[in-house]
Design a protein. Sequence first.
Length: 163
Amino acid sequence: MSRLKRSPIQHNKLPKDLKPWLCAEGSLTRQLTQLAQGQFRVEPIVEAYRRLEQIDARWMNMPNHHIAWVRESYLFGCESQAWVRAKSIFPILSLRKKARIFPHIQKQPIGRFLFQRTTPQCQRRIIRLAEGWTRQSCYTWHGCQFIVQETFLPAFEDYLRFN
């Protein structure tokens, strides 16, 4: 289980190649697709209902006894190795209205729906996990609140460095 570092990360401490990606606004799906010249795919790893972790519940101002639908997946660009490990956390209370589609999108990227004709409200934090540099976004979309976490993997950093 990955744990967050407690101290805030200063933007001047971020890796130069990753800083634009960690701080970018908008759809990561769209940005990765552009970088990979149109190639992009999602490979879900786990889709399950789980209890909210305390740190996530606190960020969304929810009791941590709530259940959430969690999807973990790898995001691929134009290479065989995954570029990003994504984790999306949708509290059950948020799976209503337009957000009720998310548990049924299979291999489609969440960003395709999230940024379709809308710009959701977003709070963001950048953390360093064991797997790599990570941006966590807490979105409010059509009255529903959820977290999308994107960890940039070593293969992505290598691609940026050598291409």
